[in-house]
Design a protein around this ligand. Structure first.
Ligand SMILES: NC(=O)c1ccc[n+]([C@@H]2O[C@H](COP(=O)([O-])OP(=O)(O)OC[C@H]3O[C@@H](n4cnc5c(N)ncnc54)[C@H](O)[C@@H]3O)[C@@H](O)[C@H]2O)c1
Length: 309
């Protein structure tokens, strides 16, 4: 095969670079426009949304909201009673809901669930990875059992469900992965060191799969990703918040968080923090300033978690 002359290669690279710059500017302008003029929330009446950990807290609140919006809600939890209760609440409001018990740490059970849901309900179009636990105590006091279990639920559970539900999304080039990270997935916090690791990990898993699909020549642009980074939410998971300025960095209620999550899913935002101003605090203070400068602001705000026992 004849070699391409060097001059042609150079021209091609320069053209690629210039075209890349044009596209980068276009995408930046588009992002600024969307910031001022957000897209309309999409209609979810034809969606089938599966929520893990739907039996309590934000999972239940989000499930109820999607039920009211006319979506078919598949509630999944390790706790059958609370999961059935959420489904019953949705049905009571004339919504469409199904409930399944599943431990997300059990890969085989997750794959069986995916098969059963496809048969009995249909193709899941939105998968919300919400189940999670948070042991809260100083690093050396966290036991091996607690850490392994937490990683299994918070990290491996996310991988198993995504592996189980991705194939049908790929087939139709339509789907939406939503994963609950945390502010602890954006910055390190005392007393929840392994939990921080798990929430940083899910951020990486979401970005990694997004990159893999983006680079796939089959052009899977119909599959969306939303990662949620809430501050402390009053669900019982954070038992002992320690907050200096309650008006600035207080815990938020689960219904407030659920409204924001549903809105982000319907507008297909790539990531949100709850509340939204923490996004800028994290991006421009904790990631731009030198660490020792940012930590002064962190010390001043003095927001964190005290050990649960
Ligand atoms: N509450 C907060 O302050 C807060 C803040 C940031 C992020 N988050 C994250 O948001 C998500 C929801 O938090 P929440 O406060 O609503 O939780 P929650 O404790 O109120 O509810 C969690 C649900 O997950 C279920 N679950 C636990 N282990 C499971 C398993 N192995 N398989 C299936 N289901 C399982 C539980 O039964 C429960 O119904 C979690 O991933 C959490 O880490 C919570």
């Amino acid at each position: 095969m004849a070699e391409v002359p060097v001059v042609i290669v150079v021209i091609r690279v320069i053209f690629e670079l210039l075209w890349g710059l044009v596209l980068m500017n276009y995408e930046t302008m588009k992002a600024i426009y969307v910031w001022f003029m957000p897209p309309e929330p999409k209609d979810v009446a034809d969606d089938i949304i599966l929520i893990t950990g739907a039996g309590h807290g934000m999972g239940r609140e989000v499930a109820q909201r999607f039920g009211r919006l006319g979506a078919t809600v598949v509630c999944v939890d390790i706790n059958l009673d609370s999961c059935q209760e959420t489904a019953a609440m949705i049905k009571q409001e004339k919504g469409k809901a199904f409930s399944y018990t599943c431990d997300v740490t059990d890969r085989a059970a997750v794959f069986k669930l995916a098969e059963q849901v496809q048969r009995e309900v249909g193709d899941v179009t939105i998968l919300m990875n919400n189940a999670g636990i948070m042991p809260c105590k100083s690093f050396l006091r966290q036991t091996e059992k607690e850490i392994r279990m937490m990683m299994d639920i918070n990290v491996n559970g996310v991988i198993w469900t995504m592996q189980a539900f991705l194939p049908s999304m790929l087939e139709s080039n339509k789907g939406h992965f939503v994963t609950m990270s945390s502010m602890a997935g954006m910055m390190g916090l005392r007393n929840v060191v392994p939990y921080c690791g798990s929430k940083f990990a899910v951020r990486g898993i979401m970005e990694g799969l997004e990159a893999e699909l983006h680079e796939d020549p089959r052009n899977y642009n119909g599959i969306k990703f939303t990662t949620i980074y809430p501050t402390m939410v009053n669900t019982g998971l954070c038992k002992r918040p320690n907050i200096r300025f309650k008006s600035l960095t207080n815990m938020v209620e689960a219904d407030y968080a659920a409204d924001k999550i549903v809105d982000a899913i319907r507008r297909q935002y790539r990531e949100i923090t709850i509340p939204s101003d923490l996004y800028y605090l994290n991006r421009f203070v904790f990631r731009v300033l030198p660490y020792k400068a940012a930590i002064i602001i962190g010390d001043f705000l003095a927001t964190g978690l005290d050990p649960h026992d």
